[in-house]
Ligand binder design. Sequence first.
Ligand code: SP5
Ligand code: ZN
Length: 348
Amino acid sequence: MRFVYSDRHMLHDPKTEVQIGVAQAMHETPSRAEAIREALVADGGFTIEEPTEHGVGPIHAVHEPAMVRYLEDAWHEWEAASGAPEMIPDTVLHPALREGMAAASEPRFPLARLGYWCFETMTPVVPGTYEAARAAVDVALTTADLVLGGEPAAYGLCRPPGHHAPRAAFGGYCYLNNAAITAQYVAERSGEPVAILDVDYHHGNGTQQIFHARGDVLYVSLHGHPDRAYPYFLGYEDETGTGEGAGANLNLPLPTGCDDALYLDAIERALEAIAAFGGSTVIVSLGLDTYRRDPICDLALTTPAYHEIGRRVAALGRRLVILQEGGYYVPDLGENVREWLRGAGGSA
Ligand code: SP5
Ligand code: ZN
């Protein structure tokens, strides 16, 4: 299988995230992507390729251009105003603040601008964040090009991840929504409906939001139930789409400790929904934070399950654009991705 990788991900290397009010070491690290790259290269069955530049056009097709502009300039205006080494907001635009009033407009003060665009405290902006996030989008779109060009499946080693970023905000270790940008790009170029299968532990609130009123893009997600799991405010079963998107969103929330067998049952439900939807391409948001050893999640999947999940997804008979999202147990991350992709590629 061909896979796309850019070393520009290393430009994004924040040291600190704030969880439960406590500064701690960042979980979303450059070592994650390096571990995956090394495992795939060592396997011998994968060919590594550089991304090509796709410009900002496909990003603006999904994201608010003012947010993209903010991410590009954020570090410079922050550095001048604050002197702090990493950007984490302390005051965010809670919807109740302006209840009954017109929507807020983008503020001018640097600290206020961060709280206008960023929705939580675990997603710092550092000097290389924008360049790395742009490279991740190019990785994703180059992976889509391979599949649009005839490959049955290809993998994009995206970092930073993307699925928590809605149209006009960022958070959840995500800045630009690689999978959503790619789904839109494939939909435009193929003229066909596109399905997204999100198997990251966390609900992909950003991807769901972007396509919630669209009937031409199906979003299906398996994730820790939002009654206990980040992002808490989305991911419930009754979120099924609105307007033309009614019926084109399927959430499958899972209990604490969910094992391989229960997860594979949920995968079958997801695949049935995708099979019933049109189109020849599936975008996979591939997170390995469902793993039993993951440090921030609570499912119990084993390494062999990833091979079986990849095999079953490929058995749909659709072309697969497989894009990296989360997964934080670095010692086994490369092996888990490798097994998933070997399953999807038909290798034992
Ligand atoms: C792409 C992706 O996987 N983003 C994940 C963002 C989750 N951020 C951390 C959520 C807070 C988890 N707190 C769990 C405490 C476990 N001891
Ligand atoms: Zn995740």
